[in-house]
Design a binder for this molecule. Structure first.
Ligand code: HEC
Ligand code: HEC
Length: 404
């Protein structure tokens, strides 16, 4: 995380916004629906329009049944619609993946991966930040054996040639574009990137919380209590990593500071790869990501995801270990006070804490920051009632809120 603001400076904007929202609570609902109409009428560049067709085209996969939209469903905040920890791809849709599907919303402002002045890993796409751009990222699903599983780039382009939009592809990228599969594949990736960047569907900023920040509506009492707990450095401290206030330049909060952290999420035995006791997904230090394998201090760190639309998610964390927010929040605040709730217990009665990390890396787990800076016997940072309030607040982060 970045250094947290002091309590006082953190609360000023909230109080100010609260006043604003009380002042203007009457006129809000019309504006919000105008905004949604604007979004659906917006026109995409020809490149992005091609990107949309490609994104939704199942014919570009080995199975003929899988597109980007199969896992990143536009009607489900561009995330998975089923409750599986990992999805199945390949020619017969029977090859298991390794990680839960992230939402593709609000990624347009993500920078390429870098180390900040303080040495903090920041930015990049996927759970381990290894792809520098949306275009680079888009290559893998086409070719990964557990996803769309094409043999190579040329196979993708051969499939594309028989699609109805092949002529539009030529019109946009040149009549000879298909003479070189490598070039044509690059244009496919570029189109997908432009679609995700341009279509406001990917970043509508029309949640209840956005309308609250804009002073158009107010939040319920429970949502307000949840927001305060979310921001309070002594309680949830969530905003320390999941940024919740507008930036100095007035831009809307993304609910991520784009950094990485090691939460010690329990191993998820629902992922077939875990049948191998030596398999560990260590995020920044590998095995998917290769360039930081010598930085053992980073082993087990995963990207802080946006919490926008989090209440619509079917599974949580990089390994999809939890399937509801109550458990996620319970894990955050009772991981160390009641570890037996979350981790397996060995025959000798010992709780196998941080069991998704080789023991050499257990000390990488963040045990210093609120809310997971506790010990057995201490009280949890949030009570069960307070967790319910935070869940209410998280529900205000869903896109497409219409005031009643
Ligand atoms: C079989 C399911 C599946 C399919 C099909 C799929 N994805 Fe994904 N996508 C995932 C998973 C799982 C991840 C996380 C990967 C990781 O962290 O290594 C992901 C990650 C991403 C990310 C990074 C998100 C972030 O938070 O940084 C982007 C962007 C993305 N996918 C776009 C696409 C595009 C474009 C396509 C089509 C070409 C596609 N995906 C097809 C499952 C899928
Ligand atoms: C020190 C940084 C940090 C703090 C503080 C923090 N989080 Fe997170 N959060 C993360 C990281 C990192 C992940 C991803 C972990 C992973 O995938 O293994 C995450 C993931 C989540 C997820 C799962 C989202 C998804 O898409 O799967 C939820 C929900 C969440 N956090 C809510 C909260 C709440 C609520 C609080 C406050 C009680 C909080 N977080 C405090 C860093 C933090």
């Amino acid at each position: 995380m970045k250094l947290a603001l002091s309590v006082t400076s953190k609360y000023k904007p909230v109080i100010f916004i609260l006043l604003l929202s009380l002042l203007s609570a009457c006129g809000g609902s019309n504006n919000s629906s105008d905004r949604a109409d604007d979004a659906s009428n917006s026109t995409l560049s020809p490149q992005a329009a091609l990107g949309e067709q490609i994104f939704k085209d199942q014919n570009l996969s080995a199975s003929g049944k899988m597109s980007c939209a199969s896992c990143h469903n536009p009607d489900h905040a561009h995330a998975q619609t089923n409750t599986l920890a990992v999805q199945f791809g390949g020619a017969r849709l029977d090859v298991a993946g390794f990680r839960a599907v992230p939402s593709l919303r609000y990624l347009n402002l993500t920078p390429a991966f870098y180390f900040s002045k303080e040495g903090t890993p920041t930015g990049g796409f996927t759970h381990d930040g290894r792809a520098d751009t949306l275009s680079i990222q888009a290559a893998r699903p086409f070719l990964a054996p557990h996803e769309m599983a094409n043999k190579d780039k040329a196979e993708v382009i051969t499939k594309l040639l028989s699609r109805p939009y092949a002529s539009a592809f030529r019109a946009v990228y040149g009549t000879n574009i298909f003479s070189n599969a490598e070039d044509a594949f690059d244009r496919v990736l570029f189109s997908l990137q432009q679609y995700q960047l341009e279509d406001p569907e990917f970043h509508p900023y029309d949640s209840k919380y956005d309308q609250f920040l804009a002073g158009k509506i107010s939040l319920s009492d429970a949502e307000m209590r949840g927001l305060a707990l979310f921001n309070n450095p002594q309680k949830g401290n969530c905003a320390a990593c999941h940024t919740s206030s507008k930036a100095k330049d007035g831009s809307s909060p993304l609910f991520t500071d784009l950094t990485f952290d090691n939460l010690g999420v329990p191993r998820n035995y629902a992922i077939p790869a875990t049948l191998d006791a030596n398999y560990f997904d260590l995020g920044l230090c590998g095995p998917d990501r290769l360039d930081l394998s010598d930085r053992v201090d980073l082993c087990g760190k995963f990207k802080v995801p946006t919490l926008r639309n989090v209440a619509t998610r079917k599974v949580f964390f990089h390994n999809g270990r939890f399937d509801n927010l109550r458990d996620v929040l319970g894990f955050y605040v009772r991981r160390d006070t009641n570890p037996e709730e979350w981790y397996p217990i060995a025959a000798n009665g010992q709780v196998l804490q941080f069991n998704d990390l080789p023991s050499a890396y257990a000390s990488n787990v963040n045990t210093k920051e609120v809310p997971y800076n506790r010990k057995r016997g201490m009280s949890a940072a949030l009570s069960k009632e307070e967790i319910e309030d935070v869940i209410q607040f998280l529900g205000t982060l869903n896109d497409g809120y219409r005031a009643k």
